[in-house]
Design a binder for this molecule. Structure first.
Ligand SMILES: Cc1cc2nc3c(=O)[nH]c(=O)nc-3n(C[C@H](O)[C@H](O)[C@H](O)COP(=O)(O)OP(=O)(O)OC[C@H]3O[C@@H](n4cnc5c(N)ncnc54)[C@H](O)[C@@H]3O)c2cc1C
Length: 456
């Protein structure tokens, strides 16, 4: 069997590649994990997708759906077989801002959705820091969140409907592309697919719910002499009745690193809190000052905040750690970005334990996250030889989160990296949970061809 030749005959040469350079682009992710593949296909239509699924089903060939490969847990990494890159399926099928939805193909980037909606008075509010790379299909499949998560939640809150190709005998097409703002048709299959990380079905169409365009956000950056005080302020802000959208933090070492790698950051030393809100900025500043924060930057609009470089600290956090990791490992790093959450009121207990652990391990790390949601991203790096150590520390961080009613993954998913921790967490929630999940996987994917080896 020659997978490459078979696929070429089926789809035509322009939609299939096994060029080593092209394959290298599709067999690594943003955490620098690597895999291998026999070929990559670029379907342009739903029928192309179905033909490839049919072929993989018949031949038992593993099939890996992929968007921008910006995930951070190894979920898009192939282990032999066929990568199905969705990036050529990127059309807007229907835009209906008046009805509150936009219907798109999965390969369109999140940033392009909002470009399409410009001037309509509506927008799509989920904005991971990877918005220029992440595709809609990838964001659906990871169940992504973003900077405005405090106000707008996660992808699962904004997907009205999906079209799916199933990895079964007929490569069945399920048209669950609901366009109504409400739908209650039996079990919620749409929400089951959101966050399923390409293990149950291939997403070929997405109906996204839209939000009224938000008025401009004021931004405040404040520095604290301790993380404890920063977290206390966050908890006060949460219950202040203010219309908050963004509540982010970056720890002091990372703020300093961002600056030393030539990116802009407000002046001063300390742990940084970033607050984005509509109206009543004075009240927010008062709460921040009362909590011991020193306000180091304030902008009345997002445009002004961008001009001042206030968000560069948060956006630059990950790229700067990568720059550092690449430099210090001679170009061969592994990045491990944790994604635990605890209820925000448990952060004062959980966060110091996580920091202590990282310090005791003497590991290179940065700390940032969506602190308003209780979601933190301790981000560590090492060379490939030291990879196991990173993962061991990650396991311990997840165990700390579980002790405080937390979860092992909040928005990045399970992929390969968090499988063991998922088992531990599910066992605590009742022995049947894992059985049910495995049963669902078997029902959707009887031959285990779709993104095998991930999640459960
Ligand atoms: C700098 C940086 C910042 C980030 N910030 C955030 C953040 O703030 N919040 C956040 O949640 N994430 C963040 N991420 C992680 C990542 O960008 C998101 O998870 C994103 O949603 C992945 O989209 P993608 O198109 O790159 O998907 P990929 O990485 O290609 O794939 C992700 C998963 O989805 C599956 N998949 C992709 N397309 C399909 C499809 N059409 N059908 C079925 N399965 C599919 C893949 O098999 C894989 O399991 C960040 C990453 C980086 C590098």
């Amino acid at each position: 069997m020659d997978i490459y030749q078979d696929l070429r005959r089926m789809l035509g040469g322009s939609k299939v590649s096994r060029d080593p350079f092209i394959l290298s682009l599709h067999t690594r992710d943003a955490a620098y994990l690597r895999g291998e593949a026999d070929a990559v296909v670029y379907p342009e239509t739903v029928e192309d997708v179905r033909r490839v699924v049919n072929y993989c089903y018949e031949t038992g060939t593993p099939l890996y759906p992929q968007g921008g490969s910006s995930e951070l847990t190894g979920s898009s990494i192939p282990q032999g077989g066929v990568v199905m890159s969705m990036i050529r399926m990127r059309r807007v099928l229907e835009s209906s801002p008046g009805d509150g939805y936009i219907y798109v193909e999965p390969g369109i980037r999140l940033v392009e959705v909002n470009m399409e909606l410009a001037g309509s008075g509506m927008f799509f509010p989920i904005d991971p820091a990877s918005i220029k790379t992440a595709t809609v299909g990838g964001a659906v499949s990871t169940g992504a969140g973003g900077l405005r998560g405090f106000k707008y939640g996660l992808m699962r809150d904004w997907v009205l409907g999906l079209d799916l190709v199933l990895p079964d005998e007929e490569a069945s097409l399920l048209r669950l592309s609901y366009k109504t703002l409400k739908s209650r048709e039996g079990y919620d299959l749409v929400r089951l697919i959101v966050g399923s990380e390409g293990t149950l079905a291939i997403v070929v169409g997405v109906v996204l719910r839209l939000a009224p365009l938000q008025g401009d956000l004021a931004t405040i950056a404040a520095l604290y002499d301790s993380l404890d005080r920063l977290v206390e302020t966050v908890i006060r802000l949460r219950s202040s009745g203010l219309d908050l959208s963004i509540l982010e933090f970056v720890d002091r070492n990372t703020v300093a690193k961002v600056r030393s790698y030539g990116r802009r950051a407000p002046e001063g030393d300390g742990d940084m809190l970033l607050v984005g809100l509509s109206g009543e900025a004075e009240k927010a500043m008062e709460i921040i000052r009362m909590g011991g924060g020193e306000i180091v930057a304030h902008a009345d609009s997002m445009a002004e905040a961008e001009e001042m470089g206030i968000y560069e600290v948060r956006r630059g956090f990950y790229p700067v750690l990568i720059d550092e990791a690449v430099e210090k490992t001679g170009g061969d790093p592994v990045i491990y970005i944790e994604d635990v959450s605890v209820p925000p009121s448990r952060l004062p207990e959980a966060l110091p334990r996580i920091v202590r652990l990282l310090e005791e391990e003497g590991i290179s790390y940065g700390l940032a996250g969506h602190v308003g949601d209780g979601n933190i991203h301790p981000t560590m790096w090492a060379s490939h030889e030291d990879m196991e150590r990173l993962y061991r520390v990650g396991e311990r961080i997840m165990d700390i989160a579980l002790e405080y009613d937390g979860v092992v993954s909040s928005e990045h998913g399970i992929g390969i990296v968090k499988k063991r921790a998922l088992m531990r967490s599910l066992r605590r929630r009742g022995p049947k949970a894992l059985d049910i999940m495995r049963g669902i996987k078997r029902l959707f994917d009887p031959r285990n061809i779709l993104n095998p080896g991930k999640v459960v």
